[in-house]
Structure formats: structure tokens, C-alpha cells
Design a protein around this ligand. Sequence first.
Ligand SMILES: [Zn+2]
Length: 411
Amino acid sequence: MSESEWTKILGWPGYRVYRSEINEGAKTLRLWVRRKRGNRKLECSGCGRKINEMAEVYEREVRDLPWSEYRTTVVIELYRVCCPDCGIKAEKVALLPSKAPFSKRFEEAVGQACESAPVRRVARQFGLAASTVRAIDLRYLERWAQGRRRPALRQMGVDEIYLGKKQKFLTVVTNLETGEPLWFGRERKKETLDEFFEKRLSAFQRSAIRAACVDMWEPFRQSLEQWVPECRIVYDKFHILQHASQAVDEVRRAEFFRKGGAARDLVRGKRWLLLSSWLNLDRGKRRQLNTLFAFNRRILKAYLLKESLSQLWNYTYEGAMLRYLQSWINQLRWQRLKPMEKLARMLLDHLEGILNYCRTKVPMGVIEAVNGNIKALLRRGRGYRDMNYLLLKAQRLAATKTEFLVLQKAA
Ligand SMILES: [Zn+2]
């Protein structure tokens, strides 16, 4: 093949192949490239200034996309420029976005592969170390994040994810309208959320926030009150039902310890079933629960209360919502279900924020979805030490899903 044909197939804009070498045994291909005759515009990699004169020539080797079975290395002729501001500096080349020995399109291929497969598998596929794949993926995501517009934050979600005994909690701020996680903070204190408002948003950006969907967690409420006093707090259905599920679980555990012998066996291992919604259970699972309920009325009552609480958000008129909540609380009388009574007190203490659901329309389920995506990433990645990497990953996941939805709508 002639050098001009190699140049066409390689397709590096502004560069031509002047030498090639194929090793059939090792299945490798080496291509030497240099600038095309007309391509003489140099740019300083330090400051971006256009420079006419070069100081010296040197070579760099980078891995490019494979050609069929052949692993490809491109040896590129580069210049160092003499910049009035930076001194002797390497020229800036768009095809080589980093100091790592890979071309831009190779890094893009690795980054794209990382979107749908775990790092270990991508590492095997490309014959790279897992740490190298992670570094490439991070650069790929950073380049993507740099070049895109960020929609205004008008409705925010605040949630926390439990990472484990050592790292404890991660606070997640989400843009509810785009379904994109915006920021991660360590722990779940007032100071955690304060940091987001103080460091990430300008006063103008803060004033644009209309509603915040949060858990009934006092430190977050205090931070919102301080930084965005005009914003309406809406206590999220997902979180309230999580509290209800916890209450059912507490009832189950209390019954588990109260009863002995055979009864214990009946209650044991039913935790997951009790946390599931009746509608999501098949006939066999429902039968298992019914056996349990026939035996223990208290667990049945707690389960029914949890299930009926979710209907609270069927109401869009606050008077009706309030009436439904009142009748729900009335059902607790004489039941001696301490965890449920505790939950009822909590709901009454946060009544305004619950009724705000009728006053401000916020999309429900977004927080739950973002939460689920982050947990899936954490499971797949087996521990992200770099929280910035995890955030970029979650943002990309949210953004590619949105693009997908837009495409579907257009079709
Ligand atoms: Zn410079």
C-alpha cells in the first residue's frame, strides 16, 4: 500500500503517513506521520497562543484504534515552540488530548466501552491495566463535561446514599428537571449542603431555585432555610415511604423477638416481602405473606398502613390530602404499633412540606431513579475512591438516557 493510501485510511486531519511497518507475527502495525505541507499553524500548549516558529522536532508514540487484528501504534512528529510567555513548550495537538500515550479517538473508544461495561472487562478487551482504563475514562468524561451547557437549577433534589460503615453517607444534589446529579458531598450534615450553596452556586443561581425535594432530615431543612429562603420544601414521597417501610420492619423485628419457636421461623426472612408493595408480588409471594398475616395481626396491620399511606399522593387538592392523612392517623388508635405512631408524629411535624406537594409540582421518582443509578454504578465499580469520577459517571449516565429519550420522541 502506498503512503498516500495509508494516509487516507488513517484519516488524521492535517497529517500524512510517510512510513509504515507491518509485523505479521506480532500482529502489529506502526505508522509514522508528520504534518501535511500546508499545515503549519502552531499553537502553544501552555497558553494557546498562535506561534510561527518552531524550536525543535521530536517524536511521540501513541496507540490508535486497531486495524482489523492489528494493534496500531502511530509515531507522530511534533514540534516544540518558542512561546514569548511560556518559553519552550510542546505544541498543542487536538489529536493528542493528554500526556498519556493514546490518541484522542482511542481514548474515546475506551470511554464509550466503559459506558456499558465494567472497567475490568474493558481492560481485558483493550489489553490495558484496569487503572489505565479508569484514567482514560475519567479524561473522556472530563472532556465531555467541559464542552457542554448546564441547564439552570430550578427544582433540586437532596438525597443521601449510605456507602457503608467506613465512609458513611454521601449527600447527592440532583436537578429534578433534567434528572442529573449535580454534586456530591461527604456526610449529611447542614455544613454538607451549605458547601454546595456557598461554593457551587452564585447568589443569582440560588435565587432561581423554586423548589427542593428532600427527606425529612432537619439539617438539610436548616441549610435550605438559610441559603434559599424563598424555595419551597417538598417532602418527597419516596423518602416518606422509606420511613414507612422502616416502621414495618421495626414491627416485624419486635414480633420476631416477642414470639418464640415456630412463630419465629414464620417471621424470619420475610423482611424483603414486607418491604415490597403488594402489587409487585406474584401469587406465591402473596400466599407467603398471607400465612404470616394470619398468624400475626400486628404485622398485617403495619403492612396495610404502609400500603395505604402511598395513596396520599393521589390527591392534588391539599384539603383532600389533609383529610386522607388524618383518617390514616386515626387508624393507628388502639393498635399499639409504636413505630407507626412515631411515623405519624413525624408526618404531622412536617405537614407543610407534605402538603406542598399539592402547591408545587415536582416530578416524583427522579430522586429514586438517580439514587438507583448511583447504587448500580457503585456495585459495578466496586468502590469509587474518586468521588468526582463517580459523579461524572452518573452525570453521563443521566445525559445519555435523556438523549435516548429525545431520539425516541423525534422518531
Ligand atoms: Zn505559551
